[in-house]
Design a protein around this ligand. Structure first.
Ligand code: SF4
Ligand code: SF4
Length: 208
């Protein structure tokens, strides 16, 4: 268990709701949920998840910390905003779902190998290298993330898509050797590193 996770357990031993309110983006809205179920009924994907939004909010109030933070439900949210526009209490459901996913990742509790989380990390690492996304390397990193053999299978299965992207100039072979980047990559990387340090210091002091 990470030190951060252990610290949070000690600090909020008696209330997971309070922990969410203090550390999750818009988490203070969870208590406004009246469990009408409109969000879960409106979510185009919720019925395929272990816990649709209304259930996640009920579990938070019931103190089911491990089950919520280890759930992959928050990682499946596509930000379609169907739930937000229909919620009679105007709960910012989408933001809370993403906030919970972010918090679970910070604590090291997010489900290992969750595809959306893996994609987000690969996308971020790719973008950070040159300040712009290298589509070819992004595609290859995704296809080969589960090993060489699976990578070859994925590449063959998506060969047509790759060709079409090249035809449409969304991807080009030169990207393999670098591709386009921003003018001052190291300046951008320093700026992001500094922002991360400031964010970590703020969270350590005040929570989210
Ligand atoms: S629609 Fe709003 S009030 Fe109803 S269950 Fe969802 S979050 Fe709660
Ligand atoms: S924003 Fe996310 S939680 Fe809300 S309806 Fe869309 S997919 Fe479901």
């Amino acid at each position: 268990m990470s030190d951060l996770n252990q610290n949070m357990i000690e600090k909020y031993r008696n209330s997971f709701l309070k922990e969410v309110e203090a550390n999750v983006e818009e988490g203070e809205w969870v208590k406004m949920c009246m469990q009408c179920g409109v969000c879960s009924g409106s979510c185009p994907l919720g019925k395929h998840w272990a816990h649709p939004p209304q259930e996640i909010f009920m579990m938070i109030r019931a103190g089911k910390r491990e089950a919520v933070l280890a759930s992959d439900a928050m990682w499946m949210c596509t930000s379609c905003y169907n739930c937000i526009v229909r919620c009679p209490r105007e709960v910012p459901i989408t933001h809370i779902m993403h906030g919970l996913a972010h918090y679970a990742k910070r604590l090291g509790l997010a489900p290992k190998g969750q595809p959306t989380m893996a994609f987000s990390q690969i996308f971020w690492d790719n973008m950070l290298k040159a300040g712009r996304v290298n589509e070819l390397k992004l595609g290859l990193s995704l296809y080969f993330k589960d090993g060489f053999v699976q990578g070859v299978k994925n590449s063959l299965a998506n060969a047509k898509l790759g060709q079409n992207m090249m035809k449409a100039k969304r991807m080009n072979a030169a990207e393999f050797f670098g591709g386009h980047g921003v003018k001052d990559v190291s300046g951008l990387q320093k700026m992001i590193k500094k922002a991360q340090e400031l964010e970590d210091a703020r969270i350590a002091k005040y929570g989210n």
